[in-house]
Ligand binder design. Structure first.
Ligand SMILES: Cc1cc2nc3c(=O)[nH]c(=O)nc-3n(C[C@H](O)[C@H](O)[C@H](O)COP(=O)(O)OP(=O)(O)OC[C@H]3O[C@@H](n4cnc5c(N)ncnc54)[C@H](O)[C@@H]3O)c2cc1C
Length: 481
């Protein structure tokens, strides 16, 4: 049974997150965001005289939204509490390959960035990415050699870069191509929407930031997993908007681990991964540069003795030797000591904003609206996809700000919910995981192989396809079953 399971699971592996991946995914880049028709111009031609659009949160989604709206001639002001983004060209910053985690951009993310003209070209995001063309996986049942698979059936390749570098590239694009009159950037500041202000139906919003007030004709809350804007709208009970939190009953923490693979015997363009039979360790490494230097993510259970700062380097070495013998000799003692010493990071947990993604002229998008663990590589990809929908809606000048906000919610609230619910079903602990994740994957695989026109590939493969939205994936799999 375990052998069948292994043989089935192996080709599922993904290169867009650190979990499993699509197979046979015929991604058609003509997507469901057919309404998202904004063209990629690098500079805006006109600037409106009304109050700017405020964006709270300058992660990938917020910065991409700023670019998209400025291209429509709208004036934008963006606030982020982090310091000014890092220079993507500064090799000293990126020399430490385990300082920043890597994200894989699949079809959804690439398509969105391309739509706004920031994907291709000399300074495009793509030029800062490493290409991943396959995967080598060691699973408990797979033997010591591991199994390598080069993907030959995909119309796109996963492109990998640190989240911080993506932010740096988008920031650089803005400062190079737009004036401050078009996009005003305020980094290092905490911003909030003044919900106490009594609002008339179509009144502007007020943004509070460092004791100052800014009027905004429209507000985009792309404040990530903090989702302060959604939380305050939800707790003020001013709207039906509510944040759904799931208890994390399969909690993992992670530490990043730099690893350099010798070029003679290890490819530099595939995703290496391994997991142990006892479930203690899960390791996943993606290329950080073209020198075969990788950033590995060592996932451990929350209560593991090594899940903390200042742990024993000897115990960590012991664990690597025992659980990851193929990688351990490639990690020197100084690196093991540094990894044992460093603090752990938490994975995001499953959350979504339900009932409505809007209130008056405010919308919530990206991780602020739907947060998933990164196993399936959908967080940044779906956040960027949100931007294509908002951009298409906001191109329609006949709609008022409040109508635009409601329309965005109408198009995306169901998607936020479906993405989080589907992803969570794939992350259940113990026996639940077998019935909600492993078994359906096995059955999908078997039936899809026999009747490929009738039974679609497994749900993980389907989630990567841009010709299906997340609700469509769920409907289709229910239909299959
Ligand atoms: C280890 C790991 C691996 C991942 N791998 C992948 C992957 O392979 N593929 C993928 O698609 N996704 C991946 N993700 C997820 C991805 O990083 C997120 O989904 C993505 O960054 C979400 O973008 P965002 O702009 O919505 O939010 P964020 O990136 O979280 O940005 C939100 C911004 O809002 C700012 N902010 C918050 N509150 C305020 C405030 N009050 N005022 C001002 N600013 C504020 C924050 O400073 C932050 O810059 C991974 C995540 C992790 C942790």
């Amino acid at each position: 049974m375990m052998r069948i399971l292994f043989l089935y699971l192996l080709p599922l592996s993904t290169t867009t997150g650190f979990g499993f991946s699509p197979r046979n995914s015929l991604v058609r880049l003509s997507s469901l965001a057919s309404t998202a028709t904004a063209t990629a111009t690098t500079t805006a031609t006109s600037t409106s005289t009304s109050s700017p659009i405020a964006i709270i949160g300058g992660g990938p989604a917020g910065l991409c939204t700023a670019i998209a709206l400025a291209q429509q001639g709208k004036k934008v002001i963006l606030f982020d509490k982090q310091p000014t983004p890092l220079d993507p060209n500064d090799s000293e910053i990126w020399g430490d390959t385990a300082k920043f985690y890597l994200i894989g951009l699949g079809a959804r993310g690439q398509k969105a960035l391309d739509q706004f003209g920031v994907w291709e070209g000399q300074n495009g995001v793509k030029s800062y990415c490493q290409e991943v063309i396959g995967r080598k996986d060691w699973s408990p049942q797979g033997g010591e050699e591991g199994v390598e698979r080069i993907f030959t059936d995909r119309p796109y390749k996963t492109m990998v870069l640190p989240r911080e570098k993506l932010v740096g590239v988008l920031y650089k694009h803005i400062t190079t191509n737009f004036s401050e009159d078009q996009i005003e950037l305020k980094f290092g500041v905490d911003a909030a929407v003044d919900l106490e202000q009594e609002q008339e139906q179509e009144q502007e919003s007020t943004i509070l930031c460092n004791g100052e007030k800014f009027n905004a004709s429209f507000v985009v809350a792309s404040d990530g997993a903090a989702r302060d804007v959604a939380k305050s709208i939800s707790s003020s009970r001013k709207s039906a908007m509510r944040v759904v939190k799931y208890k994390d009953d399969n909690k993992r923490i992670y530490k990043t681990l730099p690893i350099k693979f010798p070029k003679e015997s290890w490819r530099g363009d595939i995703n290496y991964s391994s997991r142990t039979a006892d479930g203690r360790v899960n390791f996943d490494a993606l290329p950080a540069n073209s020198n075969n230097e990788y950033c590995g993510i060592l996932l451990l259970k929350e209560d593991d003795p090594l899940s903390g700062p200042d742990t024993s380097p000897f115990e960590l070495r012991e664990l690597l030797d025992k659980s990851l013998p193929q990688f351990s000799p490639l990690v020197d003692d100084a690196t093991v000591a540094a990894v044992a010493k460093k603090d752990v990071s938490n994975l995001p947990s499953f959350r979504y904003v339900k009932n409505s993604l809007s209130w008056r002229n405010i919308v919530v998008l990206g991780d602020a609206a739907h947060c998933v663990k990164p196993y399936f590589g959908l967080g940044a990809n779906s956040a960027l996809e949100d931007v294509t929908f908002l951009s298409a809606i906001m191109e329609n000048n006949r709609l008022s700000p409040n109508e635009m906000a409601s329309e965005f919610s109408r198009q995306r609230a169901g998607e936020a919910k479906a993405l989080v619910q589907i992803s969570r079903e794939l992350d259940r602990p113990g026996a639940l995981g077998f019935f909600s994740f492993v078994l359906p994957l096995i059955l999908d695989g078997l039936f899809h192989n026999v009747m490929p026109r009738i039974i679609m590939p497994n749900v993980i493969a389907m989630l990567q396809r841009t010709d299906y939205d997340f609700r469509g994936v769920r409907r289709r799999k229910r239909q299959d079953r």
